[in-house]
Design a protein around this ligand. Structure first.
Ligand code: FES
Ligand code: FES
Length: 150
């Protein structure tokens, strides 16, 4: 058994230490908001926070997250209040199919923590998530809106 802290709760998962964190989150803990896209750290659909750092969980072994705080999309809202990024997403009608969006939102939330007022260049450098629906322009606008609402 491996003990993890996910969204403020301690959970025990019966997996090998080198199991990708994504599988433990989805299959063992049942939090399916974090998505599997490519499995090779390219698309960002699987992005979660480990101690506040945006991390592609498809290539992060569970052992890397032991003793750290894992946050998934399900844990981003605090006490039922939407995170400012989630609110900006709704206000800008960002999602299309939605598949990439939880990873996108987690990546943006981490960026705004580090850089509360990111420039377009900061956004291009930090948000490398892939959206097959092409929501990139709406994503950029929503990031600037969330930054202003800080
Ligand atoms: S599924 Fe992890 S980066 Fe694509
Ligand atoms: S909203 Fe469909 S892949 Fe991004």
């Amino acid at each position: 058994m491996i003990r993890l802290s996910i969204n403020g709760k301690t959970v025990n998962v019966d997996v090998e230490p080198d199991t990708p964190l994504l599988w433990a989150i989805r299959e063992n803990v049942g939090l399916t908001g974090t998505k599997y896209g490519c499995g090779i750290a390219q698309c960002g659909a699987c992005t979660v926070h480990i101690d506040g750092v945006a991390t592609r969980s498809c290539v992060s072994p569970v052992s890397e997250a032991v003793g750290k705080k894992i946050t998934t999309i399900e844990g981003l809202a605090a006490n039922g209040v939407q995170h400012k990024v989630q609110k900006a997403w709704v206000d800008n009608d960002v999602p299309q199919c939605g598949y990439c969006q939880s990873g996108m939102i987690m990546a943006v939330a981490a960026l705004l923590k580090e850089k509360p007022k990111p420039t377009d260049a900061d956004i291009d450098a930090a948000i490398t998530n892939i959206c097959r629906c092409g929501t990139f322009q709406q994503v950029r606008e929503a990031i600037h809106m969330a930054a202003k609402s800080a």
